[in-house]
Design a protein around this ligand. Structure first.
Ligand SMILES: NC(=O)c1ccc[n+]([C@@H]2O[C@H](COP(=O)([O-])OP(=O)(O)OC[C@H]3O[C@@H](n4cnc5c(N)ncnc54)[C@H](OP(=O)(O)O)[C@@H]3O)[C@@H](O)[C@H]2O)c1
Length: 390
């Protein structure tokens, strides 16, 4: 794929894998024309020299503003069913399919980048209780094998004082040692949090510090520009506008390609987007069955076209394993689908809208594989309502 816009004509029913996938999950769809003729524009989401290696159309415009993702009678959390007024008239909007070495994965957008609908949260591989490096590398490789193309990290993901950036360096090593092509992988890191080594988390949002932290992250990741740089948490001692101004300067200087913010209110989202001239690409807030107070922020992101990355989407390490016992509805629906409650949880989050890209943490290949499969799990409107009410 080059960086120019291309158009792709949808295949006939016989050759259209998208239609086959839909029908595999819903049964025959006589309401879909056997010869759909929807045309979607695609373009390279990595315009700065990164190119997706495969020939799969890499970036489809699937979410016209004001569209509904709930087709009549079927609710699917993922883009394959993202119906809009336009798609109802013109048949099906083609879902973007990203491929990593023969796998496919539903994709969503962060700014101009197309990433897997489920990302990998890498934090537990570096903080207290982390596994050994071999297991961490195997986990990251399993994520890539499963089609995950978004990895969330931070310079503050480390355990001891002298190892700032442990997680970033680990990811850089894992990517370098991966057998396949990783040029389509978006590494999302953060600056603004610090860990002095006593188990606590402190903040520094001063522009000088953020610039220095960004330079250090660039070196550890071994890149010319960071794909997504997120301001980790507002610093009460520094005006929020000053911290965001620093990220705007890094963006303008080309040291980072996209800006995100984390642990923010709807007011701060609006303010940051304004300071960035409408270029805020993502918001990362806590959101899980146990913590749902960012609904307003999520809705605002959907409205502004900003990706929303729920952190600790399974409730964090202490809750993730017992999610099904804490929230019975998730366990019951999981049983009905013969999948894990964690997978149901991630599918529920995806169903909150096309802006949502959960980043479940993982330290084992099995768990990230299970989580990645949430992108394929369709929940009914009734099930989603039950989970919402649980
Ligand atoms: N911006 C912020 O301030 C902030 C704060 C916290 C976290 N984060 C980000 O959010 C990411 C996720 O948060 P988190 O790691 O705290 O919590 P989480 O994703 O809610 O839970 C992580 C735990 O879930 C388990 N797990 C994952 N998938 C599973 C599955 N399919 N079945 C069963 N168990 C599963 C993992 O187990 P195993 O370890 O056994 O694999 C891991 O211990 C972090 O890695 C980090 O990138 C950001």
């Amino acid at each position: 794929m080059d960086g120019t816009a291309v158009a792709m004509m949808v295949e006939s029913r016989a050759t259209n894998p998208v239609l086959s996938m839909i029908e595999a999950s819903t049964g025959p769809r006589s309401d879909l024309s056997p010869t759909p003729a929807t045309v979607v524009a695609t373009h390279n989401p990595f315009p700065h020299g990164h190119h997706r290696p495969d020939s799969t159309p890499s970036h489809s415009e699937t979410f016209p503003a004001g569209g509904s993702c709930d087709p009549p009678g079927v609710v699917n959390p993922i883009e394959v069913f993202c119906w809009t007024a336009q798609s109802r008239r013109r048949n099906l909007v083609v879902p973007p399919l990203a491929a990593m070495e023969g796998t496919t994965m539903r994709t969503r957008r962060i700014g101009d980048a197309e990433v897997s609908a489920i990302g990998l949260g890498a934090m537990p591989m570096s903080i207290e209780g982390r596994p050994d490096e071999a297991r961490s590398i195997a986990t990251i490789h399993a994520a890539l094998d499963a089609g995950v193309t978004l990895v969330d990290t931070a310079d503050a993901y480390h355990s001891y004082a002298g190892e700032v950036g442990h997680n970033e360096s680990l990811i850089a090593r894992a990517l370098a040692g991966y057998g396949g092509d990783t040029t389509g992988v978006l590494i999302a890191t953060k600056g603004g949090h610090l860990r002095p080594g006593d188990g606590s988390w402190t903040v520094n949002g001063s522009p000088a510090y953020l610039e220095q932290a960004c330079d250090a992250s660039l070196k550890r990741l071994g890149v010319d520009a960071i794909g997504l740089y997120q301001f980790h948490r507002p610093d009460p001692k520094v005006p929020f506008a000053d911290s965001i101004g620093a990220l705007r300067d890094l963006l303008d200087a080309g040291k980072i390609r996209m800006v995100g913010i984390s642990n923010v209110s709807p007011e701060q989202i609006r303010q940051a987007n304004e300071i960035l001239g409408g270029r805020l690409a993502s918001v990362q807030n806590q959101f899980s069955p146990a913590v749902r107070d960012s609904e307003a922020a999520l809705r605002l992101c959907a409205e502004l076209g900003i990706a929303f990355l729920p952190w600790s989407p399974l409730g964090g390490r202490s809750v993730a394993g017992v999610l099904g016992t804490r929230f019975a509805a998730f366990a019951e629906i999981a049983r009905a689908h013969e999948v894990s409650p964690q997978r149901v949880c991630l599918a529920w989050l995806l169903a909150k809208g096309p802006a949502v890209i959960p980043i479940p943490g993982s330290t084992r290949p099995e768990t990230i594989r299970d989580s990645a499969a949430a992108a394929e799990l369709a929940l009914s409107a009734g099930e989603l309502a039950r989970l919402d009410a649980s």
